[in-house]
Design a protein around this ligand. Structure first.
Ligand code: HEM
Length: 467
């Protein structure tokens, strides 16, 4: 790429009727950089793999999380209902220490151990569905995602609480990240989100309190998020609660020191529970919706699970390797409808990204949605073509062209977990069922905290009886 002549689209060339229309326009422009003024601030959309690498990796030290992400998701506009100072919204310095404490529950070895639980949760959902019923994917898959994350990361069997926990998570996912004008116009009643957050906080708080009493009896091999947080808290070495496990860098500013206080534990578990259920909910909803409209891909999944001998959904990490097409389908859905449709960074100092000089405080937006739909990066960019992720074809993709989980030090910590979970859920649900689209209107992407479908996604399901 000739960096000296990278065009920057002028604001008037970009339609702005809605957030998704803006991202569609940016994709269709098929150029590396688009600049806009939003609420009096200069915002630069970086939509070119080499430049995305500059922002997220090469020059990552010159950027922090965007103000939007920290304000809207972190504190839900000054209230106490958001993700607080959890891993998604914390500063880079705190995040480094958080990852040191919690990283091991997301390791490849831990992820392999979760396959059995993920498959069991998917089989339970599949077997609940009555033959010939019309099911709403969004709420059903929120249930699946919630049960999986609760069991694997918190060793929590939801039991009788499940329906209420899922309902409150669903509410938070649909309200967090709504457009500022909608919130200001009072379309959202803040008490609704406050009530939902308070409910989850109470349940997770009780879980943490219970674990405090049983920590000593836990097996060292199966330590989950709660064990790691409580152990880090118990290792406090100073009156301020700084843990030995997560020692801050020398000379760190007070706000950059990670202290495992009660409030911090609340923020960590809320962040993981909310992001770990909302993202997979939407990724899987989009995938099954796409399959309901692409029967040829669904049939290929049927043939694949039959060949691997896992039509019953009894899976382990080794059997997943025999299901490459199923994973391709999930990746293609993540390309077309990435739940993390856009994320932001704020320049900490004047910085040069390719040909562009960014002043301190400039907001940079990276949109996997717009990047994944650039015609020059992906042939037939708006079509569903799972074979583009065949290993031999995917090799020619730029490493920063397909970014459903972001990249660099702030990439999704749950990326490996999410790919495993999606792979397993598709093998069980798509592998064991026939389904057809049962929604009257086509579903459109609707940006909230993540990319939700614009309405209910109904499919009619039939259990497979074919030979
Ligand atoms: C299909 C599923 C998922 C998608 C598409 C997704 C997407 C993303 C993206 C794009 C980011 C980067 C945001 C940025 O750079 O600003 C991110 C970060 C994050 N995700 Fe995910 N995610 C998924 C599943 C999960 C799961 C299952 C968990 C936890 C159980 C999780 C927890 C997190 C956390 C904690 C961060 C913040 C990481 C950090 O800044 O250190 N995500 N995710």
């Amino acid at each position: 790429m000739t960096l000296a002549f990278v065009p920057v689209a002028k604001p008037e060339t970009v339609r702005v009727s809605s957030r998704i229309a803006l991202l569609d326009s940016i994709a269709a422009l098929d150029i590396p950089l688009v600049e806009r003024e939003i609420a009096g601030r200069r915002v630069v959309f970086v939509n070119e793999p080499d430049l995305v690498r500059e922002v997220l990796t090469v020059q990552a030290a010159s950027f922090e999380k965007s103000e939007f992400q920290q304000r809207v998701m972190g504190m839900a506009e000054g209230s106490d209902t958001g993700l607080g100072n959890g891993m998604l919204t914390s500063s880079n310095a705190v995040n480094k220490q958080q990852r040191r404490v919690l990283g091991r529950v997301f390791s490849a070895a831990a992820t392999e151990r979760y396959v059995g639980d993920a498959a069991l949760a998917a089989r339970q959902l599949r077997d609940q569905w009555v033959d010939g019923a019309s099911v709403e994917l969004g709420s059903a898959l929120m249930g699946l995602a919630t049960r999986t994350v609760a069991k694997t990361l918190f060793s929590w069997e939801l039991g009788d609480d499940e329906a209420r926990v899922v309902e409150h998570l669903n509410r938070i996912g649909s309200l967090l990240g709504r457009k500022a004008e909608q919130r200001r116009a009072g379309w959202d009643d803040p008490s609704v989100i406050r009530e939902a957050a308070a409910f989850l906080e109470q349940r997770l708080g009780a879980l943490v309190a219970e674990r405090r009493n049983t920590l000593a009896q836990r097996s060292p091999e199966a330590r989950d998020v709660l064990d790691l947080l409580l152990e880090a808290q118990a290792c406090e070495t100073t009156a301020e609660g700084v843990t030995a496990a997560a020692a801050p860098p020398a000379g760190a500013h007070e706000k950059d020191v990670y202290a495992v206080t009660e409030r911090q534990i609340r923020d960590e578990v809320m962040t993981l529970f909310i992001t770990g259920s909302e993202n997979p909910r939407n990724a899987l909803t989009w995938t099954l919706y796409l399959l309901s409209r692409h029967p040829e891909a669904l049939e290929r999944i049927h043939r694949e699970v039959d060949r691997a001998g896992v039509r019953d959904g009894e899976l382990d990490a080794a059997t997943l390797e025999a299901l490459p097409f199923t994973l391709q389908v999930y990746k293609e859905a993540l390309r077309l409808f990435p739940p993390g449709y856009a994320f932001g960074r704020r320049a900490l100092a004047d910085v040069k990204v390719g040909p562009l000089k960014l002043e301190r405080e400039t907001e940079v937006v990276i949109s996997p949605y717009a990047l994944h739909r650039r015609p020059s990066l992906f042939e037939r960019a708006t079509e569903f073509v799972p074979d583009r992720f065949k290993p031999e074809r995917a090799k020619s993709l730029h490493a920063y062209a397909f970014l459903p989980f972001g990249a660099g030090a702030r990439a999704c910590i749950g990326g490996g977990f999410a790919l495993m979970q999606g792979h397993v859920a598709l093998a069980v649900l798509a592998g064991g069922l026939h389904f057809t689209c049962d929604s009257k209107e086509p579903l459109l992407p609707e940006p909230r905290m993540t990319l939700r479908p614009s309405g209910d996604a109904f499919v009619r399901v039939h259990h497979r009886v074919d030979a």
